[in-house]
Design a protein. Structure first.
Length: 322
């Protein structure tokens, strides 16, 4: 399979003022994503997991272009999206679509479901006949599990799971090559989560879709991903197949996440609470960002940032992983 998306040394920083600071106080740099690199091959799903504040959503928005990158490259089929102006990026925008976290908030309450799904098509292909637009919308609604006769209803008339199906249909209307999924099931009930995940998995297989699937839920990522990347404070610390990551985690942070995750058949077990909190991204630690919380950290961890290296079927950024 060919590589469809290649992110190289991507960094995203924001100028922020501390709460209560005087207006003339110089802004500080918040490091949301720091020197991140990974590839996604056509037809696969890369899951990205991490705690809140690890930079997952910022990564998604940098790829689709809603926040600017500070450094690095975002190569989509060889073209650097990070260096394109608005007009150039418009050409590629139809090929990279996004599914959002809050399904209801992502839909315009003043538009009918049919108009919401059709909007990207009308915007990018304005000469498409109205009858063809309506046909494609009805076809997509049926494919994602919605009755086409609901085409003239409004978002508030649907459940959360149905609204997310509408969002999925809207993302598919332009037949994109890459879909960025930013916590697409986190706002749904558990039973509905399974239905939407199964739908997305079936669509991936049937249409040959490529996903970047972002979540804080390890179980969700394990279910849908071909590979999993673990983020910590804007840095990729481990990357492996779900089988390798869940059976043999190599980074201490990954081990901590898995130890704290709920497990089937182990109700009532004692779970060691996570040690410490994610550091301030305005003033990140030196060396390995995880060293203030890591029980194995030594002097080298505090002074030298570990680079990603291959290790027994995985990639890991840890001096001590063996």
């Amino acid at each position: 399979m060919s590589t469809i998306l290649s992110v190289k040394d991507l960094s995203v920083t924001f100028d922020v003022h501390k709460q209560g600071a005087w207006p003339w106080t110089p802004a500080q740099k918040l490091h949301a994503v720091s020197q991140m690199s990974f590839d996604i091959k056509a037809g696969e799903c890369l899951g990205v997991v991490g705690e809140s504040g690890s930079g997952k959503s910022t990564l998604a928005r940098a790829i689709v272009g809603t926040v600017p990158s500070s450094n690095g490259q975002i190569l989509f089929e060889g073209a650097d999206l990070a260096r394109m102006d608005t007009r150039q990026r418009r050409v590629h925008r139809r090929d990279v679509q996004m599914i959002f976290q809050d399904p209801l908030a992502a839909l315009n309450p003043r538009m009918t479901v049919g108009d919401i799904i059709a909007e990207p098509l009308v915007t990018h292909e304005p000469k498409t006949p109205r009858i063809e637009v309506k046909r494609r919308v009805a076809e997509l609604m049926e494919r994602v599990g919605l009755l086409p006769n609901l085409i003239n209803r409004y978002p508030h008339e649907f459940s959360g799971g149905q609204c997310q199906r509408i969002g999925i249909a809207r993302a598919l209307i332009l037949k994109p090559k890459l879909i960025i999924c930013d916590e697409p099931v986190s706002a749904l009930d558990v039973s509905v989560q399974a239905q939407v995940l199964n739908l997305m998995s079936d669509l991936k297989d049937d249409l040959g879709l490529t996903y970047l699937f972002i979540s804080h839920d390890l179980t969700v990522v394990q279910h849908i991903s071909d590979r999993v990347g673990v983020l910590y404070l804007g840095r990729l610390v481990e990357e492996a197949t779900p089988e390798e990551l869940f059976d043999n985690p190599k980074h201490p942070y990954t081990q901590m996440l898995l130890a704290a995750a709920p497990k089937l058949g182990e109700f009532g077990r004692e779970v060691p609470p996570p040690v410490g909190e994610i550091p301030d991204p305005i003033n990140p630690p030196s060396g390995c960002a995880y060293h203030p919380r890591c029980p194995l950290a030594n002097g080298r961890c505090k002074a030298e940032r570990p680079q990603m290296r291959a290790l027994r079927g995985a990639k890991v950024a840890c001096h001590l992983a063996t």
